[in-house]
Design a binder for this molecule. Sequence first.
Ligand code: KG4
Ligand code: ZN
Length: 337
Amino acid sequence: MRVLGIETTCDETAAAVVDSPREGEVEILSNEVLSQIAEHAPYGGVVPEIAARAHVEVLDRIVARALEKAGTKLSEIDAVAAAAGPGLIGGVIVGLTTAKALALVAGKPFIAVNHLEAHALSARLTDKIQFPYLLLLASGGHTQLLAVRGVGDYLRLGTTMDDAIGEAFDKTAKMLGLPYPGGPQVEKEAERGDPERFALPRPLAGRAEPDFSLSGLKTAVRLEAERIAPLTPTDVADLCASFQAAVVDVVVDRTRAALRVFPGKPNALVVAGGVAANQSVRRALLRLANESGLRLAAPPLSLCTDNGAMIAWAGVERLRKGLKDDMGVAPRARWPL
Ligand code: KG4
Ligand code: ZN
């Protein structure tokens, strides 16, 4: 089973071909990603209109390259999958329409994939994790703790009441004058900073419900920054380190709360989404998994952030269950799992 996957929900234009000859066997034949970071950086964040236009400009080339690198032709593909949301609607329209056109031309099934579902299933692409598992999905737009019980069977245990974790990283970075996207920048600064210099809050720590709240933490960073302004490079590094330490504590505490309310026994703790690229977050989750007697599965960095392979893989999983979509599927800005 060979599926072409297309991802355009945010600021990455991506296409990939994933081949799964039989259940339990899978190979990523190609995984092409073109980031629009340079286009958005001057604005300090993703500008939806710029994103949509950039997807239009490059998507056909990215798809062609994904097919070429996979050494395959459209006629040899078994299905075309695209992220139909949630995301920035202009970009979603571009990817979805392109995928529909390709499926129509090739006479192949079309699969509309929920972007969050693709993140949720990506651990099965790289680690062959069995259902059920606890998923921490932490990206720029989403923060959720999910019981993943099967393809299409997700139970949301907790979510954020305000900012997403990646968003908190991005906003903190912006406040401290660091370039976009903020997550990797904050992590880099934190490496040489003092995580104990600023006493920042750990919002919702100890609460039984596995929800998150991050806007208070972000505000606390702002107040500290204003108090000691003008900031030296050391101040910035210390603020980043203190912020990241608080986020890590919150992530561990909230994930532990989710393990307590998980229905039954999970087979693994899985982390996905761009924030999973953060080494401190990964290390802390590994400790939590060890102490809980669970395996931690974290997709490799290139598959944590948005990519086409996870969409193609979700397509494989859905197709195996006989789930196809018709051409009437509409793009969705919001689409909870
Ligand atoms: O999954 P993703 O590529 O796109 C969304 O669907 O949002 O996640 C991007 C988010 C951004 O907020 C980015 O700052 C964050 O993931 N991120 C990180 C790191 N790398 C990316 N956050 C913390 N540490 C990192 N190393
Ligand atoms: Zn994502």
